[in-house]
Write a protein that binds this ligand. Structure first.
Ligand code: AMP
Length: 359
């Protein structure tokens, strides 16, 4: 496909904060964004050239939307695969439906990763309470039971320490298909955000260190203070995944760093990612610009860090601190325009930057 031209339109399935920041980056590059989201008041719709409001499952609406743009992408991984495939019949879909399908199911995802040289923790699919018990015996305690699909920000997960606990957690999750994962005794959580262009070129951002609480990202720090070996390994893993999926766009790979310095992939997100927000204030070309470039079929930008960065999420009522952050010298405040500060909801973030320490 030929590349997009300035004033062309990119369609984005999903209108949350990621869509909003993508739309702003696209606007700066002279591209218009059309957002598809069922919520007429969604954060991205209010900064986009156009908002199409319909359920994600409405294939006719998806078809009309895709036919009205020159390329389609998505900002969340739970877009129904049938809708993504419908969009792809009318415009290039970047990344493709295979990336979505792989990331939507934790068992498919881990099986794919292991097949492409990216190690994960040991795991077992769980389809019954008895499976949960057997998997617990096989993997040992502690372990984590997660629903295979539709988990995010730590939802649908339970740490379990015995076969009884594993079976009870499975039943608590309404006996939905699940996965039991060995608990990773990690030293740190890391992630690498990387992009692959339509020409197959890959550019990776420096690795970031991430701190979660209750399954929700609280803070990222980048570039991570890791060995050159670990950085190279993260880069290798990201490239292997991008190439295996013939991927176009930005991807995030969440990693556990174990005590011996080796890495295990936790999960992949086939989209721009919260652990890459720091790139907006510290890199030559941020993750949102990078994704827009890739989707447009344009050359990728420079992912180098110009500064070190600490990104702090503003979750729920923490967003009420915005006047304090505005008054903080050097703090870069980003608010997503959400009207209701519900508990656990990502309302905005702040990035503090500093000099780049040279190893
Ligand atoms: P996830 O939704 O899979 O990204 O998990 C959310 C968070 O739970 C991760 O960022 C980790 O802090 C923790 N976690 C998830 N899976 C594991 C695991 N297998 N071992 C240890 N911690 C985990």
């Amino acid at each position: 496909m030929s590349a997009l031209r300035p004033a062309d339109r990119i369609g984005i399935l999903g209108g949350g904060q990621l869509g909003r920041m993508l739309a702003l980056a696209a606007a700066r590059l002279g591209l218009d964004v059309v957002i598809f989201d069922p919520d007429p008041d969604c954060p991205a719709g209010r900064v986009a050239a156009q908002l199409v409001c319909a359920p994600y499952e409405d294939l006719a609406a998806v078809a009309r939307f895709a036919a009205s743009v020159q390329a389609v992408t998505f900002e969340f991984e739970n877009v129904p695969v049938a809708s993504a495939r419908e969009a792809a019949r009318h415009a290039p879909l970047r990344p493709g439906a295979q990336a979505l399908e792989t990331a939507q199911d934790r068992v498919t995802e881990k099986t794919f990763l292991n097949a492409h040289g990216a190690q994960t923790v040991a795991f077992r699919p769980v389809a019954s309470a008895q499976d949960a018990r057997d998997a617990m015996v096989a993997l040992g305690a502690p372990a984590i039971l997660k629903t295979r699909r539709f988990g995010y920000d730590g939802k649908g997960q339970a740490v379990v320490r015995s076969a009884d606990e594993a079976a009870a957690a499975f039943e608590r999750f309404q006996s939905r298909p699940a996965i039991l994962e060995a608990f990773a005794p990690f030293r740190r959580e890391l992630s690498i955000v990387a992009a692959r262009g339509a020409d197959g070129a890959v550019r990776a951002y420096p690795v970031s260190e991430n701190r979660h609480a209750d399954g929700i990202l609280r803070e990222s720090f980048a570039p991570a203070r890791i060995s050159a070996f670990a950085a190279a390994e993260a880069d290798r893993i990201a490239r292997a995944i991008l190439d295996a999926l013939d991927y176009v766009g930005v991807i995030a790979v969440e990693l556990f760093e174990l005590e011996d310095g080796s890495l295990r992939v936790n999960e992949i997100a086939p989209r721009v990612h919260n652990t890459g927000h720091w790139t907006m204030d510290a890199c030559a070309a941020c993750q949102f610009e990078q994704h827009v470039r890739a989707v447009a079929g344009w050359p990728l930008g420079d992912p180098s860090a110009l500064r070190s960065a600490r990104m702090i999420n503003l979750i729920g009522s923490e967003a009420g601190d915005w006047p304090r952050w505005l008054a903080e010298p050097g703090a870069n405040l980003h608010l997503y325009g959400k009207r209701e500060a519900r508990e656990g909801r990502k309302m905005g973030h702040v990035t503090l930057t500093g000099p780049l320490s040279r190893g």
